[in-house]
Design a binder for this molecule. Structure first.
Ligand code: ZN
Length: 140
């Protein structure tokens, strides 16, 4: 059993599989990531009408690019970023784990990777995505 903590605990839950924290609007049903801080962007419902939900970190690549120059040391270059449409319908940008040759339509799943330690020496993890299936086809 891991004692690691999420680098961004407001956005990532750790469990058997990592889950992304979003919200669902009780008024209009909109599912969003990241969670809207003040009100629903679709219907304007107050933040008190937004329920926090866990989104499965699984989906398909909508767009993909390899980064060769970056202003920070992490992640080391080259790395691949992708716009991912989660099965729950929201899209987000994520970093792929390793050089996977991912293409538009590739099926991906979230995995955790080490991301240093906090001030108490507790290991931190961040979310990456790995390709788990070929492009096209699938559940669509
Ligand atoms: Zn709404």
């Amino acid at each position: 059993m891991s004692t690691a903590r999420a680098l961004y605990p407001r956005l990532l839950r750790l469990g058997d599989r990592p889950a992304i924290v979003g919200h669902r609007c009780r008024s209009c049903g909109r599912v969003a990531f990241p969670p809207d801080p003040y009100a629903c962007e679709q219907c304007g419902a107050d933040v008190s009408e937004l329920d926090e939900i866990e989104l499965a970190a699984e989906g398909r690549i909508h767009a993909v690019a390899t980064v060769h120059r970056h202003h920070r040391p992490e992640p080391p270059t080259p790395f691949t970023v992708a716009t991912i449409v989660l099965d729950d319908g929201v899209s987000l940008k994520g970093v792929l784990k390793g050089q996977t040759g991912a293409t538009v339509g590739s099926r991906v799943r979230g995995v955790t990777v080490p991301a240093g330690e906090d001030d108490d020496g507790v290991g931190l993890v961040d979310l990456r995505f790995e390709v788990v299936g070929p492009d096209g086809g699938g559940k669509d």
